[in-house]
Ligand binder design. Structure first.
Ligand code: NDP
Length: 414
């Protein structure tokens, strides 16, 4: 902390973990030294990313990649393109990925990176030129036994395609294990779905411990990106009632809940990069709240799927008042430290992102395991594997983390 006092996000993520582990560290002082090693990234790269827009004007953005730990295996972690991206955010995400990936039986290290480039409003050609320039520098640090990138905010199938194309051209080989949605890049055709679906499977497992099911529960979702939309999609067959999605401008509320038709419309709206308000043209009974978050809407389960620190103290109070009993962290570090304290005191069960992302982590493992040929898996086979993975491998974590948060064996929050 003394070394990087200005890295607010990274410090927050460290403090959250160290605070959670305090009881363990007090009893087992030998772990303190291990923590010291764990908290310093192995290496960080910062690089210039020059690119030319469609008018021929030159721009310069900053690129980051933090290879936090290769202690367990090659690094894996997301790339984020967002104006708020900084070294601090890259370090916090890479630290989170290190802990998440440690759940994988395949043994993966953790990394993260990205750029302060804003893909919003850019043409396909501008995105392509930016991605190619970004990869011109990054490719030398990537490789199958070294580090392989995945999606995060602002990086989806289009960006991964451009990035992988340039990586392949520069490295002269096809192996990079880019965890993108195209089967030939990663071995898996379900990468984009895996994390979102896995989050719902995790919620289902957690509720089953309380003899509850998602069926009939009102769910509030934030975000409307890759994670949020796949969470929404998978909640539907579980019989849950998702009532909100959001974006950086506000949130959409449909009191009747989204069904498959409405979900399909939302997907079209997002695919065409239109505003969520478009939904009101087809369903005028719905509401769009400008400059607001969905946390005061009545719900049983909350799924924050937008960004870090999207739930602050005031939001935590709103969540408690809304009747919410379970919060499944989907985005990385969605709650501020104060928000977690408030939720914990009110006995809202917070399932930490480090454990809930087991589905995505499990797929990462399956992708790398030659025993599994995911190209031949049906959707049902894939879902069975993802469901079995958290259940078989990760349940001890799934249970451990809520205990760490609450120091209480009481799961009965309903
Ligand atoms: P996307 O870029 O696909 O979507 C992000 C969504 O969140 C958009 O709807 C965006 O709205 C909204 N959003 C972003 N920042 C803010 C903000 N500050 N306030 C309100 N809304 C915001 O990202 P993903 O769905 O891939 O990722 C979402 C979260 O899930 C991130 O925290 C990411 O780290 C985490 N995650 C992602 C994984 C992945 O494999 N994709 C894996 C594990 C975790 P708008 O469109 O208006 O910007």
């Amino acid at each position: 902390l003394r070394r990087d006092p200005h890295e607010a996000e990274f410090i927050q993520s460290i403090q959250e973990v160290v605070h959670s582990l305090e009881p363990v560290l007090v009893k087992n002082t030998q772990y303190v030294q291990i923590l010291e090693r764990l908290l310093e990234p192995e290496r960080c790269f910062i690089f210039r990313v020059p690119w030319i827009d469609d008018r021929g004007e030159a721009h310069v953005n900053r690129g980051f990649r933090v290879q936090f730990s290769q202690a367990l295996g090659p690094c894996r972690g997301g790339l984020r393109f967002h104006p708020s991206m900084s070294l601090s955010v890259a370090k916090f995400l890479a630290f989170e990925h290190t802990l998440k990936n440690s759940l994988s039986l395949y043994k993966l290290g953790g990394a993260a990176g990205g750029s302060d480039f804003d893909p919003k409003g850019k043409s396909d050609n501008e995105i392509m030129r930016f991605c190619q320039s970004f990869m011109d520098e990054l490719y030398r640090y990537l490789g199958p036994d070294q580090d392989f990138p995945a999606e995060d905010i602002g990086v989806g199938p289009r960006e991964m395609g451009y990035l992988f194309g340039q990586y392949r051209r520069l490295s002269g080989h096809f192996q990079g294990n880019f965890t993108g949605p195209k089967i030939f890049w990663s071995g898996s055709s379900f990468r984009t779905e895996a994390t979102g679906y896995g989050l719902v499977f995790f919620a289902r497992l957690l509720l089953a411990e309380m003899n509850k099911e998602l069926k009939g529960l009102r769910c509030v979702i934030s975000g409307s990106g890759k994670i949020a939309m796949h969470v929404l999609e998978k909640l539907l067959p579980c019989g849950a009632i998702p009532v909100t999605v959001s974006d950086s401008q506000g949130y959409l509320l449909d009191e009747d809940g989204f069904d498959y038709m409405k979900y399909s419309l939302l997907r079209d709206i997002k695919a065409q990069q239109k505003n969520l308000k478009e939904y009101l043209k087809s369903y005028p009974h719905a509401k769009y709240m400008d400059d607001a978050k969905p946390w005061s809407e009545q719900c049983d389960v909350a799924f924050p799927c937008a960004s870090h620190n999207e739930i602050d103290q005031g939001d935590a109070v709103a969540i408690i008042k809304s009747g919410c009993r379970v919060l499944i962290e989907c985005s990385n570090m969605p709650c501020t430290v104060q928000a977690v304290d408030i939720l914990r005191k009110a006995k809202v069960l917070v399932a930490p992102a480090k454990a809930t992302a087991a589905g995505g982590v499990a797929l990462g493992e399956l992708e790398l395991n030659p025993k599994f040929n995911l190209m031949q898996l049906s959707v049902e086979d894939f879902e069975n594997k993802i469901q079995a993975k958290p259940a078989a491998d990760c349940c001890h974590w799934a249970y451990l983390f809520p205990f760490i948060y609450f120091f209480s064996p009481n799961f009965d929050v309903f």
